[in-house]
Design a protein. Sequence first.
Length: 117
Amino acid sequence: MNLVLKLVWFSVTLILADLYLENLDYNSIYQPIIVSIVLAIVGVFMERSMLSDHTFWRSLIADYITAVVIVYASGFFLPYAAIDIYGALYGAAFLGLMEYIMHRWLLRTDRINQSPA
Protein backbone atom coordinates (compact mmCIF):
# COMPACT_ATOMS: atom_id res chain seq x y z
CA MET A 1 0.00 0.00 0.00
CA ASN A 2 2.77 2.42 0.94
CA LEU A 3 4.66 1.71 -2.30
CA VAL A 4 1.56 2.42 -4.38
CA LEU A 5 0.90 5.67 -2.52
CA LYS A 6 4.49 6.77 -3.00
CA LEU A 7 4.39 5.96 -6.71
CA VAL A 8 1.25 8.03 -7.22
CA TRP A 9 2.14 10.99 -4.99
CA PHE A 10 5.77 11.21 -6.08
CA SER A 11 4.80 11.05 -9.75
CA VAL A 12 2.20 13.79 -9.35
CA THR A 13 4.58 15.91 -7.27
CA LEU A 14 7.49 15.63 -9.70
CA ILE A 15 5.29 16.28 -12.73
CA LEU A 16 3.91 19.43 -11.07
CA ALA A 17 7.42 20.49 -10.01
CA ASP A 18 8.54 19.98 -13.61
CA LEU A 19 5.72 22.22 -14.83
CA TYR A 20 6.23 25.03 -12.31
CA LEU A 21 9.94 25.09 -11.47
CA GLU A 22 12.36 26.56 -13.99
CA ASN A 23 15.34 24.75 -12.43
CA LEU A 24 13.76 21.30 -12.83
CA ASP A 25 13.10 20.41 -16.44
CA TYR A 26 12.42 16.88 -17.61
CA ASN A 27 12.20 16.30 -21.34
CA SER A 28 9.09 14.11 -21.35
CA ILE A 29 6.40 12.83 -19.03
CA TYR A 30 7.99 9.41 -18.51
CA GLN A 31 11.16 10.86 -16.95
CA PRO A 32 9.63 12.12 -13.67
CA ILE A 33 7.72 8.83 -13.47
CA ILE A 34 10.98 6.86 -13.72
CA VAL A 35 12.51 9.04 -11.00
CA SER A 36 9.38 8.52 -8.88
CA ILE A 37 9.70 4.75 -9.19
CA VAL A 38 13.31 4.90 -7.97
CA LEU A 39 12.37 7.27 -5.13
CA ALA A 40 9.42 5.12 -4.06
CA ILE A 41 11.45 1.90 -3.94
CA VAL A 42 14.30 3.52 -2.03
CA GLY A 43 11.82 5.30 0.24
CA VAL A 44 10.00 2.11 1.22
CA PHE A 45 13.26 0.42 2.18
CA MET A 46 14.38 3.48 4.14
CA GLU A 47 11.09 3.61 6.02
CA ARG A 48 11.25 -0.07 6.91
CA SER A 49 14.79 0.33 8.24
CA MET A 50 14.60 3.76 9.93
CA LEU A 51 11.11 5.05 10.63
CA SER A 52 9.75 4.92 14.16
CA ASP A 53 8.26 7.37 16.64
CA HIS A 54 11.74 8.18 17.93
CA THR A 55 13.38 8.66 14.53
CA PHE A 56 10.65 10.59 12.73
CA TRP A 57 12.69 13.73 12.02
CA ARG A 58 15.91 11.83 11.29
CA SER A 59 14.05 9.68 8.81
CA LEU A 60 12.46 12.71 7.18
CA ILE A 61 15.83 14.46 6.82
CA ALA A 62 17.40 11.29 5.39
CA ASP A 63 14.53 11.02 2.90
CA TYR A 64 15.02 14.66 1.88
CA ILE A 65 18.76 14.26 1.33
CA THR A 66 18.21 11.05 -0.61
CA ALA A 67 15.57 12.75 -2.78
CA VAL A 68 17.92 15.68 -3.50
CA VAL A 69 20.66 13.29 -4.61
CA ILE A 70 18.36 11.14 -6.77
CA VAL A 71 16.57 14.08 -8.41
CA TYR A 72 19.85 15.87 -9.08
CA ALA A 73 21.51 12.70 -10.42
CA SER A 74 18.55 12.08 -12.72
CA GLY A 75 19.62 15.17 -14.65
CA PHE A 76 22.82 13.35 -15.61
CA PHE A 77 21.25 10.01 -16.50
CA LEU A 78 18.05 10.97 -18.32
CA PRO A 79 18.48 12.36 -21.84
CA TYR A 80 17.86 16.09 -22.22
CA ALA A 81 16.80 16.54 -18.59
CA ALA A 82 18.07 19.84 -17.18
CA ILE A 83 18.15 19.91 -13.38
CA ASP A 84 20.39 22.18 -11.36
CA ILE A 85 20.98 21.95 -7.63
CA TYR A 86 18.23 24.46 -6.83
CA GLY A 87 15.70 22.49 -8.84
CA ALA A 88 16.72 19.35 -6.95
CA LEU A 89 16.47 21.16 -3.60
CA TYR A 90 13.03 22.61 -4.36
CA GLY A 91 11.71 19.42 -5.93
CA ALA A 92 12.92 17.39 -2.95
CA ALA A 93 11.26 19.91 -0.62
CA PHE A 94 7.91 19.18 -2.26
CA LEU A 95 8.62 15.46 -2.01
CA GLY A 96 9.56 15.99 1.64
CA LEU A 97 6.16 17.50 2.30
CA MET A 98 4.56 14.36 0.87
CA GLU A 99 6.91 12.22 2.98
CA TYR A 100 5.95 14.17 6.11
CA ILE A 101 2.27 13.47 5.50
CA MET A 102 2.90 9.79 4.71
CA HIS A 103 5.20 9.25 7.70
CA ARG A 104 2.63 10.75 10.06
CA TRP A 105 -0.05 8.52 8.58
CA LEU A 106 2.17 5.42 8.76
CA LEU A 107 3.03 6.04 12.40
CA ARG A 108 -0.55 6.87 13.36
CA THR A 109 -1.97 3.74 11.72
CA ASP A 110 1.00 1.49 12.59
CA ARG A 111 1.54 0.36 8.98
CA ILE A 112 5.33 0.58 8.86
CA ASN A 113 6.10 -3.14 9.05
CA GLN A 114 3.39 -4.37 6.69
CA SER A 115 4.18 -5.71 3.23
CA PRO A 116 5.57 -3.12 0.77
CA ALA A 117 2.88 -3.66 -1.87
